[in-house]
Design a binder for this molecule. Sequence first.
Ligand SMILES: [Zn+2]
Ligand SMILES: [Zn+2]
Length: 149
Amino acid sequence: MASPKTVAICDSCWDKYWHGRVPYRVRSRPEETCDFCKQTTHSGIYVRRKKDALRMGEALRMPESPCTSCGKILDAANNISEDGTGKPDPGDATVCLMCGHIMVFDDNLRLRDPTAAEQENFAGDKRLLTIQEARGRVMKDKTNENPDR
Ligand SMILES: [Zn+2]
Ligand SMILES: [Zn+2]
C-alpha cells in the first residue's frame, strides 16, 4: 500500500524538504499537482517518496462514531500518511486513542471492526505501529496532566 512511488513536487516544497539541493528536472514540464502542498506546478521535479518518512498528521475531523471496543465517541482521526495531509479513505485503518483498538473506516467514514483478512494485513503495518506508539505517548502525557484519573 505505502510503497515508494515517484511524485511531483513544486519548487517551494523542494526548497523546504531538500534544502539547498539542486533538483533534477525533466525536460518536458507537464502540469502536475505537487504531492506535498497540492498546488499546481510546472517544476518538472519528481521525488521518490520514502517509506520511512511517515509522520503524524493533523487530527482530522470525521463523522462521530463510537469505538467498537470501548465505546468512546471518536470524532477525529490522526491520520498517518507519508505527507501528513492525507484524509482517511474507506478501508483505511485507525486506532482508538482510548483503548488502542484498531478499526477501519467504512464507506461513510464511520468505524467498524476490521475483517479477519484486514487484521492480518494490519499486523506489521508500519503506520499502525506509528499510531500506537503515538497513542502511548499521548496517553502518558494525559496521565501526567491528570494524576487522579
Ligand atoms: Zn508544493
Ligand atoms: Zn476504544
